[in-house]
Design a protein around this ligand. Structure first.
Ligand SMILES: Cc1cc2nc3c(=O)[nH]c(=O)nc-3n(C[C@H](O)[C@H](O)[C@H](O)COP(=O)(O)O)c2cc1C
Length: 210
């Protein structure tokens, strides 16, 4: 499917076929394709928890406004935004610096510069840490949705859940924020997909403040 088609055809589908499973290797391809998403300094501050067990999905459904799709979709991905991925000694920061030096993008002398730049951009306060994590993980989530569509899958992003309760239930460490839950599966063909929703036009999107 061409990108334009994937964008046009992606919908937040409310009904998933509970009989149609998503093979692990298909999900792996989707995730690895989406991992090509750009991120600031290539720090990739995203992870995900894959939930397939019915009992776990039912529990998450309870914590997510009782939205039926949470237990009907074969997979719920808990998207995680890592607020600490820019810090020295974080495994991703360290791997990233190693890879950047190996590839000739940076040299050892630039390590302090990179640490300082990260601290300055992302470490000033809670808001900047949160923004760093969520904007990058949000891009990743969007790539996941479009890639899934390209591979013939349907998705539904969800904000409607009790953040702290889900965090607690899944024992998620403090440095993570959950930008969204993502249901993944196949649209249930005997249900009707509602018409596409309106979108802002170019003129409505474009603004100027001076
Ligand atoms: C971050 C995010 C959170 C959302 N949370 C929910 C949700 O909790 N429940 C729901 O039914 N839809 C949720 N949606 C779906 C939106 O309502 C939907 O994407 C939007 O209305 C446009 O429809 P479309 O995706 O079919 O084009 C969410 C979408 C996004 C991007």
């Amino acid at each position: 499917m061409q990108l334009q088609k994937a964008i046009q055809n992606r919908r937040a589908v409310n009904f998933f076929d509970p009989e149609k499973d998503v093979p692990e290797n298909l999900l792996k391809q989707v995730v690895e394709t989406a991992s090509l998403t750009p991120s600031s300094f290539n720090l990739q501050p995203w992870n995900l928890i894959e939930i397939r067990a019915q009992a776990e999905k039912s529990k998450i459904r309870e914590l997510a406004w009782d939205q039926p799709k949470v237990s009907e979709a074969p997979i719920i991905l808990v998207i995680l935004a890592d607020r600490s991925a820019w810090q020295e000694k974080h495994p991703v920061f360290e791997k990233n610096f190693h890879e950047l030096t190996q590839a000739g993008y940076m040299n050892q002398e630039q390590r302090q510069w990179l640490l300082g730049a990260c601290e300055n951009l992302y470490g000033k306060n809670e808001e900047s840490r949160q923004a760093f994590a969520c904007k990058n993980a949000g891009f990743f989530a969007m790539s996941l949705m479009l890639t899934a569509k390209d591979f013939g899958l349907d998705t539904h992003p969800m904000d409607g859940f009790d953040h702290e309760a889900v965090k607690q239930y899944l024992n998620i460490p403090e440095e993570y924020w959950i930008p969204l839950l993502l249901a993944v599966g196949y649209f249930r063909e005997d249900k009707e997909l509602l018409p596409p929703k309106w979108r802002k036009s170019y003129e409505e999107i474009k603004v100027s403040f001076k």
